[in-house]
Design a protein around this ligand. Structure first.
Ligand code: RFL
Ligand code: PHB
Length: 393
């Protein structure tokens, strides 16, 4: 089989890219190792930056988001038992969109299916040959049989555990990583959200986050030790712990119910330099990971897709390769700022173990001082808001 752009992975990166290319008459094939139904069970992001919203509109994939998503003008950070409001709209002129990754993925899969785009499910990519040439070949296994997909370009949209990054030789790739010593236990419940906006809470028992998908579906997270297992957390224990961490006036409003999903995610910061090797480009989680505290993962994937789609469109339209040549530099410049913000939000709001050389919970005092500063300085609050709504592409 042959196509113009071989896309590995049917997550948001691969799907948005394929749709933007399709609208410009550029052909792609998506290879996905799982079934598409399985991909739709992975509950992840919920907060979209305006630039990501705009990209989905450009991709003509925004109909459901525009009718079912919710625009939020702000969010709260709670500490010392009180909520402090971040008025994103007043500080930056824009807000954020609350619309789930599962829904975006489903919308894009439906559009691709209707347009007759080819996606091969349960197709595990094992290696890519000829990456340095104009004819890379992607090898994948389906039903125990090896197949190949010939293409002009490879888009590695296969997430952190994918195969594409592994194809880059060790002497060319440089990676940066920080693994955090705690996880997030998340639940989804068919209950009304405790507040109409998100609440991030710093508490001595650990961080928590109240989020949502819509008026009848809530998403809550608790900071937990990495040694904890999902089985350790009955729904009752989860709700009791969340209530203890929330300000009293918020806790008293919390409506609880059975969880419909429960999982623990590890928190990691990771960046891979380079994002291009020969005619293969890494996109989204394949190249970088952030802890979810700043809601930047999917949003950073979207900005990569924007830069890469522009480069590929210019290549096919008029043979202009400038965009492809600048892909790594442009994408990484934005990614590093999202990495900084996510690391900073994580460090600000979580309970951290004592660092080497630290006496008397010094970091904890720094967190308190920083929060106090943010909510008493219009400059600091504006900086937080500007990063949260997303830096320009
Ligand atoms: P994905 O979504 O991981 O998709 C990669 C796809 O590639 C497939 N694959 C392969 N296919 C073929 N052959 C192989 N060898 C393959 N290896 C892998 C996989 O099966 C999969 O289908 O990466 P993509 O598309 O780059 O998208 C990235 C986002 O999923 C991720 O950044 C976000 O979910 C992160 N994230 C959030 N981002 C936000 O912008 N806002 C948020 O509010 C937000 N909340 C979150 C999050 C991530 C979380 N977790 C679970 C880490 C909340 C959580 C809890
Ligand atoms: C979510 O709703 O899943 C969510 C929202 C904000 C975050 C992380 C996750 O920072």
């Amino acid at each position: 089989m042959r196509t113009q752009v071989g896309i590995i992975g049917s997550g948001p990166s691969g799907l948005i890219l394929s749709q933007l290319l399709h609208l410009q008459g550029i052909d792609s094939v998506i290879l996905e190792r799982k079934t598409l139904d399985y991909v739709l069970t992975r509950i992840r992001a919920g907060v979209l930056e305006q630039s990501c919203v705009d990209l989905l509109r450009t991709a003509q994939a925004a109909e459901n988001m525009d009718t079912q998503g919710e625009m939020h003008d702000g969010f709260d950070i709670a500490y010392n038992g009180k909520c402090h409001h971040v008025d994103l709209k007043a500080l930056t002129g824009t807000g954020i969109m609350v619309y789930g990754q599962v829904e975006i993925t489903r919308d894009l899969m439906d559009i691709r299916k209707k347009a007759g785009g080819v996606t091969i499910e349960e197709a595990e990519v094992t290696r890519v040959e000829g990456i340095e040439t104009d004819h890379p070949v992607i090898y994948y296994t389906k039903d125990g049989v090896e197949h190949k997909l010939e293409c002009d370009f490879v888009a590695g949209c296969d997430g952190f555990h994918g195969a594409s990054r592994q194809q880059i030789p060790d002497d060319i790739i440089k990676t940066y990583e920080k693994v955090y010593p705690f996880g997030w236990l998340g639940i989804m419940s068919e209950t009304p959200p405790v507040s109409h906006e998100l609440i991030y809470t710093r508490h001595e028992r650990g961080f928590s986050l109240c989020s949502m998908r819509h008026s009848k579906l809530s998403r809550y997270y608790l900071q937990v030790p990495l040694t904890d297992k999902v089985e350790d957390w009955s729904d009752e224990r989860f709700w009791a712990e969340l209530k203890r961490r929330l300000p009293d006036d918020v806790a008293s409003q919390l409506i609880t119910g059975p969880s419909i999903e429960k999982s623990i995610a590890q928190l990691r910061s990771f960046v891979c330099e380079t994002m291009r090797y020969g005619n293969m480009f890494l996109v989204g989680d394949a190249a970088h990971i952030v802890p979810p505290t700043g809601a930047k993962g999917l949003n950073s994937a979207a900005s990569d897709v924007y830069y890469l789609s522009q480069g590929l469109i210019a290549h096919y339209r008029n043979g202009d390769d400038t965009g492809l040549e600048q892909y790594t530099e442009k994408a990484l410049s934005r990614v590093w700022k999202a990495e900084r913000f996510s690391w900073w939000m994580t460090t600000l709001l979580h309970q951290l173990p004592l660092a080497e050389g630290e006496v008397g919970a010094f970091t904890s005092q720094m967190q308190s001082a920083e929060l106090d500063y943010i909510f008493n300085s219009s400059a600091a609050l504006k900086s937080l808001a500007e990063n949260y709504i997303g830096l320009p592409y």
